[in-house]
Design a protein around this ligand. Structure first.
Ligand code: COA
Length: 415
């Protein structure tokens, strides 16, 4: 038994944001029917191709645990199949450009009329407002949601993050909305509209930066490095480099072999409670009681000096040695792990966070499994479907069309 057994998802998503949501629902046991345009399919199938003639990793890593049905929603026969899908499924998920679904004739009013229990979930770049009609991709959302303006170093340009917070982050929000709507439907008997904007999703993850924006009205942000360096604050939350957002000074420091390895670094937090242990470990026992170093306030103007001294120590150890030494002393540190290291990490394989999947065209590949673990709903990661692989199976088994009807729909170009 799986958490979402018997829940049918009409997956009308493409690229990254929507597919991450429906993939998660699939991991949790839902029957996800991905509807794709005949002949082309999700554009990511042919983007960043590494193995000739095989669906790209971009596609396969975002579309596990789904079945693929090819359907032309702009033909009469295709629309009829789509209507039957809407009447049969529990949730419709889509992330088309604003207005695209309406132009196909499937407005929320029409969908709700066809199936009052249907939950219709959408991702758009922006919510209602001046930008509501814009098409939006990951980095646009990171820039419009406050992440880019607060990421990077003060003296450099805004930066986007490697984490796909706009796409995969919003996919998570949509999943939460869908699950809540399913719970509510069990009581009310009614479906509802669930909407998530990528700008909202990014801003939600930048909550502490909006906190800092308001704190600026009451004085400088003392935990930012620029405060200790005597650099004045402007009118808006500045970029804070690698400072930690929690108020405890932290930096990324070089470790042994940093000259040759771009990831030989550790994050190091000078947590107030661990100060005496830090002094002991870096060979500065006198700093424990020295009034210039003993309190967090005294340390603020000396952070460059302090971190340079700590780095002189971390440079003598590998990033994993730093972790082994500091963890038992309650000094929070984090090795900068590369993608290669994560791919090879045994413990992540054991928990199913990194999985190896077999694919009939590309062979074996690595993917990220379900990031949340349920004790009573085991996740089995199934490879992404080939384009239209399950068209007949779905028409016959899910929608109940006869062989003659299927032949006629195919003949008309509907599927
Ligand atoms: N049958 C018939 N037509 C189909 C179809 C199908 N099965 N699937 C898609 N289409 C059509 C759409 O109806 C649309 O036609 P229209 O422009 O005539 O209305 C067309 O394909 C293109 O869809 P669109 O969503 O506009 O794709 P795009 O490649 O131009 O834009 C995005 C891509 C991602 C920018 C856009 O979909 C978007 O902004 N989505 C919302 C935000 C989002 O999720 N962004 C993150 C993506 S990772």
């Amino acid at each position: 038994m799986k958490a979402l057994d018997n829940i049918k998802i009409l997956d009308f998503t493409h690229v990254q944001s929507g597919p991450t949501c429906t993939q998660l629902l699939g991991f949790l046991g839902a029957d996800v029917i991905k509807v794709e345009r005949p002949g082309a399919g999700d554009a990511t199938r042919t983007q960043l191709v590494d193995v000739q003639d095989a669906d790209s990793l971009y596609f396969t890593m975002l579309n596990h645990n789904k079945r693929s049905l090819t359907l032309d929603a702009k033909t009469e026969a295709g629309k009829q199949v789509l209507e039957r899908l809407i009447k049969t499924c529990d949730v419709l998920v889509e992330n088309f450009a604003p207005g695209a679904l309406d132009r196909m004739g499937f407005t929320w009013a029409h969908v709700h009329e066809l199936n009052p229990k249907m939950i219709m979930a959408s991702i758009k770049g922006f919510g209602p407002g001046p930008y509501q009609d814009c098409k939006v991709y990951e980095n646009v959302a990171q820039c419009a949601g406050g992440a880019a303006s607060t990421t990077g170093f003060r003296d450099g340009p805004p930066l986007v993050s490697g984490a796909q917070i706009g796409d995969s982050g919003t996919g998570l929000n949509l999943t939460i909305g869908i699950l809540a709507a399913l719970v509510q439907r069990a009581r009310s008997g009614r479906g509802q509209r669930v909407q998530a904007s990528m700008q909202d999703g990014v801003l939600n993850l930048c909550r502490i930066k909006l906190r800092d924006q308001q704190r600026l009205a009451h004085g400088p942000l003392t935990e930012y490095s620029q405060y200790g360096e005597g650099i004045a604050f402007g009118k808006t939350t500045p970029r804070a480099g690698n400072d930690s957002g929690g108020g405890q000074p932290g930096r990324i420091l070089k470790c042994k072999n940093w000259e040759n390895d771009p990831n030989a670094y550790t994050y190091f937090i000078t947590q107030a409670a661990a100060w005496e242990n830090i002094c002991a470990v870096i060979g500065k026992p006198k700093w424990k009681k020295d009034p210039d170093y003993a309190t967090p306030a005294a340390r603020l103007p000396r952070l460059n000096d302090i971190f340079t001294t700590i780095e002189a120590w971390t440079k003598t150890k590998t990033k994993l040695q730093v972790m082994e030494i500091c963890n038992p002393l309650n000094i929070p540190v984090g090795p900068i792990l590369s993608m290669q290291e994560l791919a090879e990490e045994e413990s992540l394989r054991k928990t199913g966070t990194v999985v190896e999947v077999d694919h009939p065209v590309r062979g074996r590949y690595l993917s990220v499994g379900c990031p949340v673990k349920l004790s009573d709903s085991e996740v089995e990661v199934a490879r992404a479907p080939l384009l239209g692989e399950h068209t007949e199976e779905i028409l016959c088994e899910v929608l109940g069309y006869s062989a003659d009807e299927i032949a006629a729909i195919k003949e008309s170009g509907g599927v």
